[in-house]
Design a protein around this ligand. Structure first.
Ligand code: G3H
Length: 244
């Protein structure tokens, strides 16, 4: 029983001007999202804990109606409501992981999370695709300065690798995020991942079994939290949009 949330970083000053890559910090609107995000996650944790306790309570009622007593005897000195509250509090206090990339806009999106309450880690593997010679440019500038590159990428976004030192393709990012996906599936704690559009497409594409052909074109809006809910038939994805 755990929660998994994924989001892009809050709006950066480069997002405002349409520049890709770089290491810009958040815009005023991005900061508002960051603040709202920490409140939202806190509320979701409390609600999740209450739901779990409520489900447990309902199960116990069913056992009792069938003449079965729960194996674990409850503490008679506290009312059922107090016990429920104590259980919910202990779930809320259990470790919750926040992973961000190592870029400023993602780390700043986690700035409102209390480090005493959350296990916050910054991971390079969650960084945005490296656009190398195109870093810091708008798509319009790329199409003017490097028209051939622009068209090649349009034809095959999955395999196209930006030329220049460190330049990556979606395939390269898929490879570097493999270990994160394995870790995400292995761990039992709840978590929030704050990353970037390309990494979000890869993670959501994997979690929803989307084809690699479609994945690079997935719509992943800003200021939206995606919640992954495992179901018997696959993962269900819930979207929560922040309206300023
Ligand atoms: O460089 C950052 C962009 O978010 C990548 O998006 O793959 O659709 O060009 P794109």
């Amino acid at each position: 029983d755990r929660q998994i949330f994924l989001t892009r970083h809050g709006q950066s000053t480069d997002n405002v001007t349409g520049r890709i890559g770089g290491d810009a910090d958040l815009s005023p609107s991005g900061r508002k999202y960051a603040e709202a995000l920490s409140k939202f996650i806190k509320e979701q944790r409390v609600q999740f804990a209450l739901d779990l306790v409520h489900e447990q309570h309902e199960r116990e009622e069913i056992w009792k109606s069938k003449g079965l007593e729960p194996l674990e005897k409850t503490d008679g000195s506290r009312t059922p409501e107090e016990l429920m509250k104590a259980k919910a509090e202990s779930i809320c206090n259990s470790q919750f992981i926040v992973w961000t990339s190592m870029l400023k806009r993602a780390m700043s999106t986690a700035a409102y999370f209390d480090p005493d309450e959350y296990d916050i880690k910054h991971i390079r593997f969650l960084n945005e695709i490296n656009a190398s010679i195109c870093e810091g440019m708008t798509y319009e500038e790329i199409s003017n300065v490097y028209p051939d590159e622009y068209n090649l990428r349009k034809q095959n976004k999955l395999f196209y690798r930006y030329p220049g030192i460190g330049g990556e393709s979606y395939m390269d990012v898929i490879h570097r995020t493999q270990s994160m996906i394995i870790e995400l599936e292995r761990m039992s704690q709840s978590c929030l991942i704050i990353t970037h559009r390309v990494v979000m497409r890869i993670l959501l594409g994997y979690l929803t079994d989307m084809s690699q052909k479609e994945m690079p074109h997935m719509d992943v809006p800003m200021h939206t939290v995606f919640e992954v809910r495992p179901k018997p038939y696959g993962n269900e994805i819930l979207k929560w949009r922040y309206i300023e």
